[in-house]
Design a protein around this ligand. Structure first.
Ligand SMILES: NC(=O)c1ccc[n+]([C@@H]2O[C@H](COP(=O)([O-])OP(=O)(O)OC[C@H]3O[C@@H](n4cnc5c(N)ncnc54)[C@H](OP(=O)(O)O)[C@@H]3O)[C@@H](O)[C@H]2O)c1
Length: 258
C-alpha cells in the first residue's frame, strides 16, 4: 500500500526531501502561497493556508495522510505550532526537519535581539547604512527607524515600499555565495547587516562576508518551536523514515478515530 506523506514546505530542504521521499511514498508538498513564482518543486503541490490547526487537522483526516513532515523555515513559527497541534488532534504522526542555527565564530560582531522591532532599535539613533536581508513581511517595522539608509533584498517586491526617505530594493533568490555578498556589501558601503539566524549554507554568505569586512550583524533570534521528533538534515530525516518505514509512524486507524 502506498503511504501518503504531507510535507509542509517553503524551503529548499523541503523540496529536496520531497524528491527523496517520492520514491517511497505518495508525497504532497504544501506551500503557503507567499511567493509569486515559486520554483518547480518536482512533486504534487497544494497551495495556501489550511485555516489554522483545526483546518490542517481536517485536511490530514480528509486526505488520509499517514505522516506529516514539518519542513518549514525556522522563522515560520505559526505553521509549525499549527502542525504540532493538528498532529495531536488528528493522531497523524509528525516529524520535523529542523536545521541548526548558526553559531558565532571568532571575528563575528553579532548583536542578538528577539524581534525584528528590537533589531530596528538596535541599529541606534545615528544614521547607518543597513542591509536588510529579510522577507518582505518583516521589513515594515524598520519604518520606526527612518534615519538609516536601507538596502532591502527580498524574493518578491516589498509592497508598499517602506515609508522611509532612503531605501533601495533588490530582488534576488538565494543561494548567495560569500564573494558575491562581499561585493554587494562593499558596493553599497553597508555598515550593518540585519539577519535571521536561518542556519544552512544557502544564506550564510552574508554572515561570512560581514565577518570578513568587520561589519556589525544584528541577528534576530529564532522563535520557539514545538517539541516534536526531528532531524537536522534531509539525509537524517530520510534515514529515519527508511529505518522505521512509514508504517512505524502510523497508528492503527481506530486510535485515530478514522
Ligand atoms: N518566515 C520566514 O523567514 C521564511 C523564510 C523562507 C521561507 N518561508 C516559508 O514561507 C512560508 C510562510 O512562512 P511564514 O513565516 O509566513 O509562516 P507562518 O507565519 O508560520 O504561518 C502563517 C500562516 O501561513 C500558512 N502557512 C505557512 N506555511 C504554510 C505551508 N507550508 N503550507 C500551507 N500553509 C502555510 C498557515 O495558514 P493557515 O493557518 O491558514 O493554515 C499559517 O498559519 C512557509 O512555507 C515557510 O516555510 C518562510
Amino acid at each position: 500500500m502506498t503511504h501518503r506523506i504531507l510535507i509542509l514546505g517553503g524551503t529548499a530542504e523541503a523540496r529536496q526531501l520531497a524528491g527523496k521521499l517520492a520514491a517511497r511514498a505518495s508525497v504532497t508538498l504544501s506551500l503557503a502561497g507567499r511567493t509569486e513564482s515559486p520554483v518547480e518543486q518536482g512533486v504534487p503541490v497544494r497551495t495556501g493556508g489550511f485555516g489554522g490547526a483545526d483546518g490542517l487537522a481536517a485536511y490530514l483526516r480528509e486526505m488520509r495522510v499517514d505522516l506529516m513532515i514539518d519542513a518549514t523555515h525556522p522563522y515560520a513559527a505559526q505553521i509549525s505550532a499549527n502542525a504540532a497541534q493538528a498532529a495531536r488532534a488528528s493522531g497523524v504522526p509528525i516529524l520535523a526537519l529542523r536545521r541548526p542555527g548558526w553559531e558565532p565564530v571568532e571575528g563575528d560582531r553579532w548583536t542578538l535581539v528577539d524581534t525584528f522591532g528590537d533589531a530596528a532599535q538596535a541599529l541606534g539613533p545615528l544614521p547607518r547604512r543597513v542591509f536588510l536581508a529579510l522577507g518582505r513581511q518583516e521589513v515594515a517595522v524598520f519604518e520606526a527607524a527612518p534615519q538609516h539608509h536601507y538596502l532591502i533584498r527580498s524574493v518578491d517586491p516589498v509592497e508598499p515600499t517602506l515609508a522611509v526617505p532612503d531605501a533601495e530594493y533588490l530582488l534576488a533568490r538565494g543561494p548567495f555565495r560569500e564573494p558575491d555578498e562581499r561585493a554587494l556589501l562593499e558596493k553599497h558601503r553597508i555598515e550593518v547587516v540585519v539577519s535571521k539566524n536561518s542556519g544552512g549554507a544557502a544564506t550564510y554568505g552574508k554572515i561570512a562576508a560581514a565577518r570578513a569586512l568587520g561589519l556589525d550583524v544584528v541577528m534576530v533570534r529564532r522563535p520557539d518551536l514545538p517539541d516534536v521528533p526531528s532531524a537536522e538534515t534531509v539525509e537524517a530525516l530520510t534515514a529515519i523514515v527508511d529505518q522505521f518505514g512509514v508504517d512505524h509512524f502510523v497508528e492503527p486507524a481506530a486510535e485515530r478515530g478514522v
